[in-house]
Write a new protein. Sequence first.
Length: 271
Amino acid sequence: MGELDGKVAFITGAARGQGRAHAVKLASEGASIIAVDLCDQIASVPYPMATPEDMAATVKLVEDTGARVVAREADVRDRSALKAALKEGVAELGRLDIVIANAGIAPMTDESAWQDVIDVNLTGVYHTVDVAMRPLIKQGQGGSIVLTSSVAGLVGIGAPVAGSLGYTVAKHGVVGLMRAYANFLATFNIRVNSVHPAGVNTPMIDNEFTRSWLDGLAQQNLGGPDMSNALPVQTLEPEDIANAVFFLVAETGRYITGVSLPVDAGFVNKR
């Protein structure tokens, strides 16, 4: 018996990284999973994004826990496609209880990246909550929504290039969405919170481009982000974030809403 037996979780960006960790953690606690990911490349993103093969690996890991999973390829920038994917998942699995708006990119490049990072990391989060809150309200049994922000949503880190600034702006915007939705949805017993990871050991961070970008900022003295944590750990693991998300969506978090939760090894407190 798991704490989330009978629950259904809708997770974006589920093909790998934090999204995969959320799917596996919640599945291990008994939840069925609606997994969504673009599984394609965005032109302004200079590192390899998730693939259909990554999604297949997530599906297998979820199924290995004994949970059911519906996986769909959809772009969070496309509200209609996202709504259709969710509708298909709910039709097959029967309900919706948990929403994890996790999909995100970190292009950190020039002007071409600004709109893409805003569209994915902010508008995509809005689309996710917008299409999911209606079935939650209609179901009438409450629910829990967690938005993935970042430490960049709580402090003013970022280099003076469009992609990096766009990332920080989008992640700050997620906090505004969270707070507004927490107030609006409270009357329906739907809780809304955000999590704010420091650097996490995922392909979005652990890739040749991002490593060289950070090294280049240091060498050029461009005022790039100091990514060091207070605790003596360089990066967190995806499972660390998934454990925090589970705390929020489970009974342990039943009275927690409107909260920005850093999972950051002391990164925010250090600043």
